[in-house]
Design a protein. Sequence first.
Length: 95
Amino acid sequence: MEAKRKHDFEGYSLEAGFLSIEQVAEIVAEIEQLPSHQPKHGLRHADKKLATVAKLIKVPYLQQKAAQFLSPNAQVVRVILFDKNPDKNWLVPWH
């Protein structure tokens, strides 16, 4: 099923290979270089704190993908990085 139709029907869609292994590795490497006082499991304003994320949100492919679901003029408003795993997990209430 086409991603847009699946999203419209189910409210979400998953896309394998959306980011390359290299893109993910660059982001992870930058996160690992953050100062020790910076939490690594949740990071607000990731587009302002991580150069790799700032670069990634400007990639035409990602902008085109957002336009499929939103509008051709879609803009990034907020970038929050979560690494929720069994060791770092917290309740996120419905919002």
